[in-house]
Design a protein around this ligand. Structure first.
Ligand code: AMP
Ligand code: MG
Length: 319
């Protein structure tokens, strides 16, 4: 825990960071009491591990892996929380016309970006692609159980779970009395209140092709802002960039964007919408974002050109 500089007023900034869910999670809290800030940050940080243990497709004992390992005739009781996120992921899948697909796991497993990544044989993708389809997820709400209509399916919540964890962690901070804070899980941010002495938090969005540089800066309070980019997990082979955001229609990395930044009321929605809009590409992606209440976005197209919803511009920082 580092001790931030003293701002105007009685609140000071306290920060901690930790690697969890395959990313750096950084929590910044403005508080009068270092002791109370420390306790709140520690509890919020633990939330990321709890969610990862429940929702990772890479952990064989996670609730999601139990569903993935069960045969198509079996529904697995997953508990209310996991049931809820799977249902939310299925709803975004439907709203995006399948550009986001919560059942992309058989394909994302082949690419293996978690272990550095490799190009799968086209025949393997062709064989596996027909089982991908969120419409074949089966829900039983009375027992909070989830199953699949077809063998070989698998859930991948990688495009929404980090945002979900950020939301839950922020709830914990707020239950501990925190009113001004930022949680940043590798580009998935939730923001409450403002920086001491200001009426906003200033947030930079990474440039997708210039590491270390910012694409743009926002002045924000009480929102989530999430960026999906082709620079987060990728490798280059034969001069081609292969990255972790996959088009369920082809089983290949989506090609129409470099990055997408979405602002939404919750980090889970922003996270899922950023991935969905990335796959949809600038034109359909903007239409998708505009159709959702309270959602704004900025998209960087394949040639580096910018596209945005008009209401996103209003939040850009004035220097
Ligand atoms: P994000 O960084 O939020 O865009 O999420 C990317 C992660 O979501 C990948 O590492 C995969 O685990 C998963 N994923 C990739 N493509 C899709 C897709 N089209 N729909 C849903 N999840 C996806
Ligand atoms: Mg996402």
């Amino acid at each position: 825990m580092t001790f931030g500089s003293c701002q105007s007023g009685a609140d000071k900034l306290f920060k901690d960071s930790k690697i969890v869910m395959g990313t750096v999670v950084e929590i910044t809290v403005a508080h009068r009491s270092e002791e109370q800030a420390r306790v709140a940050i520690r509890e919020a940080m633990a939330e990321f591990q709890r969610i990862d243990d429940l929702m990772s497709s890479y952990k064989p004992d996670s609730m999601v892996s139990r569903v993935n390992q069960a045969g198509s005739s079996v529904k697995v009781p997953v508990g209310k929380e996991v049931f809820q996120i799977i249902r939310d992921a299925a709803a975004i899948s439907a709203a995006s016309g399948g550009a986001f697909d919560a059942t992309i796991w058989p394909v994302s497993r082949l690419w293996g970006f978690e272990q550095g990544g490799m190009i799968p044989k086209p025949a393997m993708i062709e064989k596996i692609l027909p089982v991908v389809g969120y419409q074949k997820i089966e829900f039983d709400e009375s027992s909070y159980s989830v199953g699949f209509g077809v063998d070989g399916m698998g859930l991948d919540l990688g495009a929404i779970a980090k945002g979900w964890a950020v939301d839950r962690a922020m709830e914990i901070l707020m239950a501990r009395g925190v009113r001004n804070a930022i949680i940043d899980a590798g580009g998935d941010l939730r923001i409450v209140g403002a920086r001491p002495g200001k009426d906003f938090w200033r947030i930079g969005v990474k440039h997708p092709r210039d590491p270390g540089a910012l694409l743009m800066t926002f002045d924000l309070r009480d929102t989530a802002i999430v960026t999906s980019g082709d620079y987060e997990r990728f490798f280059v082979a034969g001069g081609v960039r292969y990255h972790h955001i996959l088009d369920p229609a082809t089983g290949q990395p989506a090609r129409d964007c470099q990055s997408v930044t979405v602002l939404a009321p919750t980090a889970a929605e922003a996270d899922a919408c950023a991935t969905a809009a990335f796959v949809l590409g600038p034109s359909k992606g903007l239409a998708f974002l505009r159709a959702r209440p309270g959602v704004r976005g900025v998209m960087v197209g394949a040639a580096g050109e910018l596209h945005w919803t008009d209401d996103a511009l209003a939040l850009m920082a004035r220097r």
